[in-house]
Design a binder for this molecule. Sequence first.
Ligand code: ZN
Length: 179
Amino acid sequence: MTKMTPLLERNEQFARTYTPAGLGLPTAQVVIVSCLDHRVDPAIVLGLRLGEAPVIRNAGGRVTQAVIDDIAFLAFLTGQLGGGQGPADTLFEVAVVHHTQCGTGFLADPGIRHQAAEATGTLEAALEASVVTDPHATVKTDVERLLASPRLSPKVSVSGHVYDIATGRLSTILDARYP
Ligand SMILES: [Zn+2]
């Protein structure tokens, strides 16, 4: 018996009607970058189904170097798997999603940030870089950061969105744009 026991029972239900899919292109042609917060699961709030979209999650849904690495790899993989399907000049859209009431907001307080750095061994600067207090502002910063990265494929577009915890609605702040 572990905390996973009830979830393993749900998995058993899931597996009963499961049909496996082969490795192919994500059908929505979208890659989601979002916060790891348990209230903003993109599969639930965007109604994603299996095989539709890769999802990259971290604290705040920030565009870090690790996220840029993952997107570069996904662009490479999509190009390999595509094999001439679809328009040759496009791969996918990256949708950066930040949200209201983000837990990273606590780290905006220098005192708490210092405590968190001591307790976790993470650099204070890295903690500060994860802060989302105004998701409308940070999502713009992160869309621009990704578009400015020399490692972003010119065949990948980027859009920015804010998810409102109070209403369950996702609003587009920046429409999809190529580098
Ligand atoms: Zn969050």
